[in-house]
Design a protein around this ligand. Structure first.
Ligand code: SAH
Length: 360
């Protein structure tokens, strides 16, 4: 049977038609959703008493490889999509029992930021909402199998979430809906390179979902060298957007400002001063990110610890809530990130060759 003829567990209309055709109790669907999406029960147990278990499709992604960090509680999951391309999700076991999942929204990314391995992949394909939430389902099942709980979901994996806004919104609906995952919107964070219209629409529609802005510099020329899209979204417009997001969200919700620390690029006292001035009056907290070196950007070097510390101290002295990101899984980041990039390049090249060499 072709896989798409199976009914997706997220397609209520088709599930309902299946229920009518097979004449089973609607409660069976509620029970299945509850077991699978809210309690992350393993597949076999979740479908054990479902009357039409051979007619439904639980997953849209195939687990291709799992990489466990030898240093800490991070696990990278590589999934194969329908289009054969690979994506990655990262499970971060931060404290006993509590865990964070970093999900991808696209294969590759069109933003092409200088420091980002995904941006160097040379392709950008949207994931469907089902592919986005299947990362949550499969990681949730993995964690529950270990006696842990999935607490936070962050859109900080591959892709620019607001370049795939329709599927992002569908995914957020599924994740926060009581009938599906029933995940608290306050425990979801969407990170963006600064796609202004997307940020505003998201804050309007999902005011309790947290937003993070990858700022990386409060100086327009520097930001443009790091993030080509910065040309389309100038810093003064971006600042107005963050202010508007603040207005749309609850006063207790702050926008996270992500700031990659790059030696000699954005880590001088003048950069800290520009950042402090830019953030003045906004309801934000700053997260300084240690740079994770990538092969394609040999010209970029992460700031050293004393520089990061000094930068953080300056921000704190100006009254800004500031944290330095603790990087987990540094040993698996390179290994698997490189793998996804190489494999996807080869697959994309083959697809292009296949098209151009096919007759007619
Ligand atoms: N496109 C979105 C989400 C994906 S990137 C965005 O730009 O926010 C998630 C975060 O990882 C961003 O803050 C991004 O700037 C950061 N990041 C990308 N490459 C990195 C690297 N090599 N080292 C450290 N952080 C990186």
């Amino acid at each position: 049977m072709a896989i798409h003829s199976l009914t997706s567990i997220y397609d209520n209309d088709r599930l309902d038609a299946l229920r009518a055709a097979e004449r089973f109790d609607p409660q069976a669907i509620h029970k299945l959703h509850s077991k699978l999406l809210r309690r992350f029960v393993a597949d076999e147990d979740a479908v054990a008493d479902f009357p039409a278990r051979d007619r439904i499709r639980l997953h849209t992604l195939d687990l291709f490889r799992r990489c466990d960090s030898k240093l800490d509680g991070a696990t990278k999951l590589l999934f194969r999509t329908d289009a054969d391309l690979l994506i990655e999700s990262v499970v971060l076991r931060i404290e006993t029992g509590r865990s964070t999942l970093c999900v991808s929204s696209q294969v590759g990314c069109a933003a092409a930021c200088d420091f980002c391995a995904t941006g160097k992949m040379g392709i950008a394909r949207d994931l469907s909402a089902e592919e986005i939430v299947d990362q949550v389902l499969q990681a949730g099942q993995l964690l529950v199998g270990e006696g842990r709980r999935l607490r936070n979901i962050v859109f900080m994996g591959m892709g620019e979430p607001f370049h795939n806004e329709r599927q992002l919104k569908r995914a957020l609906d599924l994740l926060t809906s009581r009938a599906y995952f029933n995940h608290s919107p306050g425990k979801i964070l969407v990170s963006t390179v600064g796609v202004i219209e997307g940020m505003l629409r998201c804050a309007d529609r999902f005011p309790a979902v947290n937003l993070a802005l990858s700022l990386h510099s409060a100086r327009q020329s520097v930001r443009e060298t790091l993030i080509p899209l910065a040309r389309n979204y100038p810093l003064d417009e971006l600042r107005r957007a963050v202010s508007e997001v603040n207005r749309l969200q609850a006063p207790s919700t702050t926008v996270m400002i992500e700031y990659l620390m790059l030696a000699g690029v954005n880590d001088a006292d003048a950069d800290a001063a520009a950042l402090i001035a830019w953030l003045d009056g906004l309801n934000v907290h700053v997260n300084l990110i240690p740079y994770n070196p990538i092969d394609d950007a040999p010209h970029l070097i992460g700031s050293d610890r004393p520089t990061c510390k000094r930068f953080a101290e300056r921000l704190k002295a100006a009254g800004l809530q500031t944290t330095v990101r603790h990087s987990l899984g540094s040993d698996i980041a390179a290994a698997c990130g490189q793998l996804v990039r190489q494999e996807n390049r080869a697959i994309a090249r083959q697809a292009v060759l296949g098209k151009t060499s096919s007759p007619g």
